[in-house]
Design a protein around this ligand. Structure first.
Ligand code: CA2
Length: 152
C-alpha cells in the first residue's frame, strides 16, 4: 500500500506565543503563519498537513501515536522539550515515521543547554536557525526522504 500523502506538524510548548514576544529571537510570524507556511510547502508536493500545538507533553505524544496509521512523516519543533524529553523521543522513535526537526532560532548559537537535542539522532532532517521559513525547508527535505523510501 502506498504511504498516505499527509504530514503531521507538531509544535511544542510555548510556540503558541510566536509573534507576541521575543521577536529578536523568533521573529514576528505567528503560529498560524507557521501552519500556513508548512501547509503551502506540503501542498506543492501534493501533501496535506495535520497540525497540532500543545503545551502538554501527553497531547503531543498522543498526536504522534495517531500519525502512525495515517501520516507519512512528522515535522516537529519540540520547543523546550527538545532539550529535556526522553518520552517525546521515545514516541517519535516508536512510530518509526521519518522525522524533520525544526528550530526557528539557531539553537547552537544560544545557551549551552540548547545544544543538546533528544530528537536529533532519530531525525532524518534538521533545520536550524532559518526562522519560520525553515518549516518549508523541512517539508521539502522530509518529502525527499519519504520519496526515497517508497523507491526502495
Ligand atoms: O528555536 C526554536 O524553535 C526553539 O525550539 C524554540 C523553543 C526553545 O526552547 C528551543 O530551545 C528552540 C522555545 C519556544 C518558545 O517560543 C516562544 C515564542 C515567542 C515568545 C515566547 C516563546
Amino acid at each position: 500500500m502506498s504511504a498516505p500523502r499527509r504530514l503531521l506538524l507538531v509544535n511544542g510548548p510555548n510556540l503558541n506565543l510566536l509573534g507576541t514576544r521575543e521577536p529578536e529571537i523568533y521573529g514576528t510570524a505567528t503560529l498560524g503563519d507557521v501552519e500556513r507556511i508548512t501547509q503551502d510547502a506540503a501542498g506543492r508536493h501534493g501533501f496535506e498537513v495535520r497540525a497540532v500545538q500543545s503545551n502538554h507533553e501527553g497531547v503531543l505524544i498522543d498526536a504522534i501515536h495517531a500519525a502512525r496509521t495515517d501520516c507519512a512523516g512528522i515535522v516537529i519543533n519540540p520547543g523546550g522539550l527538545t532539550h529535556t524529553s526522553v518520552v517525546l523521543r521515545d514516541a517519535l522513535s516508536g512510530v518509526a515515521l521519518p522525522v524533520a526537526e525544526v528550530h526557528i532560532s539557531d539553537v547552537n548559537a544560544r545557551e549551552e543547554f540548547r545544544r543538546h537535542s533528544y530528537v536529533a539522532d532519530i531525525a532524518a532532517v534538521h533545520v536550524v536557525g532559518e526562522g519560520v521559513a525553515g518549516y518549508a525547508t523541512a517539508v521539502d527535505l522530509l518529502i525527499d526522504v519519504i520519496a526515497g523510501q517508497s523507491e526502495g
